[in-house]
Design a protein around this ligand. Structure first.
Ligand code: GDP
Ligand code: MG
Length: 173
């Protein structure tokens, strides 16, 4: 029907969380601009970018992305970051067990978010498989949507956002 083809055009506020250096800004840059800049600077505070994707059912989703500074000292801002977010993407680095521990901490802070928030756990830097220290099975145990990505090679970056879009609650007809 025509109703089915109608574009949702939904704006979806997405917040990126996780330790400093795990690649949050690089994931956003890869997704929004298709680029990887190995000399990119550390994010201070939070920055904002948006990107619209088309889904297979011809609907669109506009992600409004808040890229946070992952430093522990900003953890006090977690309630602020979670509040109003439809999606939270918690990122760790597969070569850093410490970043995985921090990711689990950020996941727990989900309690500050909306009850129907869509959560994703992302193991980034999957290209560094020779230095892997966090087995994928560890992350799978969390029981939330999980994917491994590489902002460097672009592996699974679009898939990450497509899978999130599929999990968004649909507006009621
Ligand atoms: P953020 O602090 O979480 O925003 O991390 P950045 O996006 O600033 O990235 C931190 C460092 O990790 C930078 O030197 C990046 O070049 C590097 N990096 C980010 N993503 C990847 C990746 O997928 N693979 C590899 N090998 N390096 C990455
Ligand atoms: Mg950053």
């Amino acid at each position: 029907s025509g109703e089915k083809k109608k574009k949702i055009g939904a704006k979806v506020e997405l917040v990126l969380l996780g330790d400093s250096g795990v690649g949050k800004s690089c994931i956003v840059l890869r997704f929004v601009r298709g680029q990887f800049d190995p000399t990119s600077k550390v994010t201070v505070g939070a920055s904002f970018l948006s990107q619209t994707i088309a889904l297979q059912d011809s609907t669109t989703v506009k992600f409004e992305i808040w890229d946070t500074a992952g430093q522990e000292r900003y953890a006090a801002l977690a309630p602020l970051y979670y509040r109003g977010a439809a999606v939270a993407v918690v990122v760790y680095d597969i070569t850093s067990p410490d970043s995985f521990n921090k990711a689990q901490y950020w996941v727990k802070l989900q309690k500050h978010g909306s009850p129907d928030i869509v959560m994703a756990l992302v193991g980034n830097k999957a290209d560094l498989h020779e230095k892997r220290e966090v087995p994928a099975q560890y992350a799978e145990k969390n029981g939330m949507f999980f994917i491994e990505t590489s902002a460097k090679t672009a592996d699974n970056i679009n898939q990450l956002f497509e899978e999130i879009a599929k999990r968004l609650p649909r507006p009621s007809p």
